[in-house]
Design a protein around this ligand. Structure first.
Ligand SMILES: Nc1ncnc2c1ncn2[C@@H]1O[C@H](COP(=O)(O)OP(=O)(O)O)[C@@H](O)[C@H]1O
Ligand SMILES: [Mg+2]
Length: 289
């Protein structure tokens, strides 16, 4: 395992009957980096994400998280792993409609045994930073699409995961809202020490990531190096933010954060650092968001 790699897949193969969804894919994910997975519909992007995230068992190959193989684990253990070490943001429909937003965010903590009162208190810490102050008690049906995705981002990060997986997380949003939401996702994951693996069709969204991996017919055909190839990551994030941050309705603290107001890993949520103190904090305490 090379330096700083949190999660990797090697030789991943997945077939569905005669369909070869993955033909033998290698992918490294480094600590706190954002990796965009792009490619045509049906090329294997979701299958790759599901194999890396322990949702699906590959037919061949291995998936290693922080030095330990996870692909061969029993479903019960993979389920616990997904709850504690990973976060997920999907396209839409992932929030429980009957629960207020704060309980949707608190849910992964409560499932892990955190008492309800404490879980909700920790969940509430994410609302201000994500531009959701005042929305804590709203049910998903009372939120806009962009707000609902920000609640989903909070839920993905609340446990201090090592890696957040997002499958077309802005696919159901309009362009402007989608870009603003994506910028928050990249920033919030990076600044909490989590890596991000995001499937997207949007080149501007991909440009906000550190790296782009191109998938065709079950194979990785191009993988940009860190800060190379596609776009220089940090610069792209800044441009992206300047371009779309204004329309996002975010308060000044978040705007400031984009321009270096915080440092990766500065907050208490350090899930990707190897396990110590992975749970117990909130979003970058004592900072603007
Ligand atoms: N559960 C499944 N059963 C059968 N075929 C599947 C299943 N999931 C994916 N596939 C097939 O595998 C290929 C890759 O699918 P997928 O990973 O969902 O692509 P993408 O996310 O890039 O659109 C496609 O041909 C798809 O039809
Ligand atoms: Mg897909």
């Amino acid at each position: 395992m090379s330096e700083g790699v949190v999660l990797y897949g090697r030789g991943l193969v997945k077939r569905f009957g005669a369909t070869v969804a993955l033909g033998g894919v290698d992918l490294d994910v480094r600590r706190a980096e954002a990796v965009a997975i792009m490619g045509p519909s049906g090329s294997g992007k979701s299958t790759l994400l599901h194999c890396l995230a322990g949702i699906m068992k590959p037919d061949a190959g291995e998936v290693v998280l922080q030095g330990g193989r996870i692909d061969g684990m029993r479903e019960r253990d993979r389920s616990a792993l997904r709850r504690t070490r990973f976060g997920f943001v999907f396209q839409f429909g992932q929030l429980l409609p009957e629960l207020p937003a704060e309980e949707n965010v608190a849910l992964p903590l409560m499932l892990g045994g955190t008492p309800r009162r404490e879980a909700v208190a920790r969940a509430r810490e994410w609302f201000g930073p994500l531009g959701l102050a005042g929305m804590e008690g709203r049910r998903p049906g009372e939120l806009s699409g962009g707000q609902a995705q920000r609640v989903a981002i909070a839920r993905a990060l609340v446990t201090g995961p090592a890696v957040v997986f997002a499958d077309e997380p802005t696919g159901a949003l309009d362009r402007t809202t989608g870009h603003a939401t994506m910028r928050l996702l990249v920033e919030a994951t990076g600044h909490n020490g989590a890596s991000l693996v995001v499937v997207t069709h949007d080149p501007e969204v991909a440009a906000a990531c550190d790296r782009v991996v191109e998938v065709r017919d079950g194979f990785v055909v191009a993988a940009g190096g860190q800060h190379g190839g596609f776009h220089a990551g940090q610069q792209a994030v800044q441009q992206f933010g300047q371009q779309f941050g204004q329309q996002a309705g975010l308060h000044a603290g978040q705007q400031a954060g984009l321009h270096g107001g915080f440092h990766a890993g500065a907050g208490p949520v350090m899930g990707a650092s190897g396990g110590a103190g992975g749970v117990g904090g909130g979003p970058v305490e004592g900072r603007a968001w």
